[in-house]
Design a protein around this ligand. Structure first.
Ligand SMILES: [Zn+2]
Length: 174
């Protein structure tokens, strides 16, 4: 079997800012997409989650690679948020960056799993953070949207440079 590895879209790519389409049922096309996403991150130790917009597909699907945790989340809906925590967060679309991000501590999320079964889980701390980070991607929201004014100023040049590089690459490839 051919293992497809997909190119990760970086900050500056317009697809990261688009709101993704809902997926009501996983069909053959979605299955292929999920397989390719899993192949893209599963053997990398540092990579925990990947959302479809990060590979240029604006569909509400993300995957998580954590032991004993569901892997595929389709059409997730955050039903409940409680509390607040702040943690450093990184993102595959922001190589080399990490930002302090304030998020709810505990959530309830409803989603479709890879068997098209509606599921609901409650999670907190790190797991909640991963789910919220990936769900943000499906709505065009990125970790830079949470940074303080000070942190933004410190990183603005580097962020602009990344966006510039991404746009240049897109022009070359298209
Ligand atoms: Zn991310």
């Amino acid at each position: 079997m051919i293992k497809t590895k997909l190119k990760i879209r970086k900050y500056g790519d317009p697809c990261l800012r688009k709101k993704s389409e809902s997926v009501k049922k996983i069909g053959p096309a979605e299955r292929m997409l999920i397989d390719a996403m899993l192949n893209t991150i599963l053997d990398k130790e540092t990579e925990i989650g990947l959302a479809a917009p990060q590979i240029g597909i604006n569909k509400k699907i993300f995957i998580v690679d954590l032991p004993e945790f569901p892997r595929v989340f389709v059409d997730p809906k955050i039903l409940k948020k409680e509390g607040q925590t702040t943690m450093e967060e990184g993102c595959l679309s922001f190589p080399g960056f990490s930002f302090e991000v304030k998020r709810p501590k505990r959530i309830v999320v409803e989603y479709l799993n890879e068997q098209n079964k509606k599921c609901r889980i409650e999670c907190e701390d790190f797991l909640a953070r991963v789910i919220l980070h990936e769900t943000d991607h499906l709505n065009g929201v990125l970790i830079v949207d949470y940074v303080s004014e000070e942190e933004r100023m410190q990183n603005q040049k580097a962020l602009d440079a990344l966006a510039e590089k991404t746009k240049k690459e897109l022009k070359i490839n298209s």
